[in-house]
Design a binder for this molecule. Structure first.
Ligand SMILES: [Zn+2]
Length: 250
């Protein structure tokens, strides 16, 4: 009798556990997606340029923080694929780097590789091969090293200021150039210059086969309910390791 009551309790406890699962999933805090621009020892004097530049020693301290706290780096594409399959990555972060400056290949990628980490690089295709920017050759090598290299417009224009034809040229031009110069690889993630977009942009992303597009709206990525309005958190020049710890905490 005592044993059967114990089993009944156990069964009830299991039922409660099962019942709690959906609410536990609903409170999943999501994955932070961080936004960098330059990782470079040369820090511009102007306030905006300075704020966009993280020094290599600071970046390395951040990578050590992730390693020491067992926080995995996944690419934006992997995050989107996981969410599409109903998976919820735990202790994970996405590191993204905007614009396609040459330090992405010469500084950021080597440091990421040193720590077994990976990043997503959003590149404006119209600047590829111009002074101080990435080349297609470097971008192919970064992809071969496990980095995601994908679209950030053609001429880095604010999409919300363009009509449909302008947006199609700006965003579609980037997607087609990537396909042509990166061995037929089709970009599936996108970041809007200045984080700006409108209703036309959302429709265009779908038509271009993009599965996830990033803004500068604050927050963490918890689902793909609004796949073309995903949030990101900016990493600033003066962020210390404590602040970085906050940024990677969902
Ligand atoms: Zn940008």
């Amino acid at each position: 009798m005592k044993r059967s009551r114990h089993l009944a309790c156990l069964a009830f406890a299991m039922l409660v556990t099962v019942a709690q699962r959906p609410s536990a999933a609903a409170t999943w805090p999501g994955v932070p997606v961080l936004m960098y621009h330059k990782v470079d020892a040369v820090v511009p004097r102007d306030a905006v340029g300075r704020d966009l530049t993280v020094e290599p020693a600071a970046f390395e301290a951040q990578l050590r923080y992730l390693r020491d706290h067992r926080i995995a780096t996944i690419t934006a594409e992997e995050l989107a694929r996981d969410l599409a399959r109903g998976r919820r990555p735990q202790r994970a972060v996405v590191l993204t780097f905007d614009d396609g400056y040459e330090d992405a290949a010469t500084v950021a990628t080597p440091l990421l590789r040193k720590y077994g980490a990976r990043g997503t690089f959003f590149v404006s295709s119209g600047f590829v091969g111009t002074p101080r920017h990435l080349t297609w050759r470097e971008m192919r090598a970064m992809r071969a090293a496990g980095m995601e290299v994908t679209c950030h417009g053609t001429m880095h224009l604010d999409l919300s200021t363009l009509d449909r034809a302008g947006q199609t040229a700006e965003a579609g031009g980037c997607v087609s150039r990537f396909g042509r110069y990166l061995g037929g690889v089709r970009p599936v993630t996108y970041a809007y210059p200045a984080g700006k977009f409108d209703a036309v942009t959302l429709d265009l992303m779908k038509r271009l086969g993009i599965v996830a597009a990033f803004t500068e709206i604050p927050g963490t990525v918890t689902d793909l309910a609004r796949p073309f309005e995903l949030p990101r958190r900016r990493v600033r020049h003066d962020d210390d390791v404590a602040r970085f710890g906050e940024l990677v905490t969902p």
